[in-house]
Design a protein around this ligand. Structure first.
Ligand code: PGA
Length: 241
C-alpha cells in the first residue's frame, strides 16, 4: 500500500488526479470505476481542467459507476449516474459507448447487475477503481458484513449511510432503502485501486485499513494486501487520528 498525506482541497484533488493521469498515460483505454459523494468532487474538477488544457486524454477510457440507488432512474438528478454526468462525463465529452452507468430503475435489477459485470468483463476487468470511504468503512455500497467475493448486486443501505447521503439533498429527497453496487470481489480484482479519504469522520475507518487486519466489519480492510493500492488522505484526517 502506498499512502500519501496531503493538505485538504486542491492538494488532495491534485494528488488523486495525478494518479489518474499516470494510469491514462500508460493505458489510454483503461476501464475505470468512478465514485460519487463529496470526496471526489475536487478530483473531477481537476480532471476537467486538465482535459480542457489538453494535459490529459480522458476520452479513450471506459467509465463505470461503482454504485447507484435502486429505484432511481439515471435521468433523475438524485441518481449517481446524473452526478457523474454533471461533474465529469458530460463535461469532457466522453463518447456514449465508453460509459456504462447502472440503471437503478431497471425492471429486472438482477439482470442489470449481471449486465454491469459483463460490461466490465468485456473491457478485460477494471484497470482502476477510484473509491471514497464511508465513516463505517464501506466502499461503494458494500456495508459492514458484506461478502468479499461478490460482483454487482443489490444491498440494503444502512441507516447511517442513508442519513449521510440525505444530507446532500436539501430538497427532502427520500434516500432509497436499497442500493446496487459493484461487489468487493470486483473492486479487489481491479488492477489498481485509488482510495480517497477526506475528513476527520473517516479516521477510524482508515485506521482499520492501516492496522492491516482483514475484518469483514470494516469492508475497506478487504483491500489489505492489494498489489497496487494507493491511499490519498488529507491532513484533516491525520489530525483526527
Ligand atoms: P463522501 O462519501 O465522499 O460523501 O464522504 C464517501 C462514501 O460514503 O463512500
Amino acid at each position: 500500500m502506498h499512502l500519501e498525506w496531503t493538505d485538504s482541497g486542491d492538494a488532495f484533488a491534485d494528488r488523486a488526479a495525478a494518479h489518474v493521469a499516470s494510469l491514462l498515460a500508460e493505458t489510454p483505454d483503461a476501464a475505470i470505476a468512478l465514485p460519487t459523494g463529496s470526496t471526489p468532487i475536487g478530483l473531477y474538477a481537476r480532471l476537467r481542467t486538465l482535459a480542457e488544457a489538453g494535459d490529459i486524454a480522458l476520452v479513450g477510457a471506459h467509465y463505470f459507476n461503482l454504485d447507484e440507488y435502486v429505484g432511481i432512474a439515471p435521468t433523475d438528478r438524485h441518481s449517481f449516474a446524473a452526478f457523474l454526468r454533471r461533474h465529469i462525463l458530460d463535461e469532457v465529452d466522453i463518447p456514449a459507448d465508453h460509459i456504462r452507468l447502472l440503471r437503478g430503475d431497471a425492471p429486472d435489477i438482477a439482470a442489470e447487475a449481471a449486465a454491469h459485470d459483463a460490461a466490465v468483463a468485456a473491457q478485460g476487468g477494471l484497470d482502476l477503481a477510484i473509491l471514497g470511504l464511508g465513516s463505517n468503512g464501506h466502499i461503494a455500497f458494500n456495508e459492514p458484513g458484506a461478502a468479499w467475493d461478490a460482483g454487482t448486486h443489490v444491498v440494503p443501505l444502512t441507516e447511517a449511510t442513508r442519513m449521510a447521503n440525505a444530507a446532500y439533498f436539501p430538497d427532502g429527497f427520500h434516500v432509497p432503502s436499497h442500493g446496487l453496487t459493484m461487489g468487493i470481489g470486483m473492486i479487489r480484482a481491479a488492477r489498481r485501486v485509488l482510495l480517497m479519504v477526506s475528513g476527520a469522520a473517516k479516521a477510524e475507518a482508515l485506521g482499520a485499513l492501516l492496522d492491516g487486519k482483514p475484518d469483514p466489519g470494516w469492508p475497506v480492510t478487504a483491500l489489505v494486501g492489494h498489489p497496487h493500492l494507493t491511499v490519498v488522505a488529507d491532513q484533516v484526517l491525520r489530525a483526527g487520528r
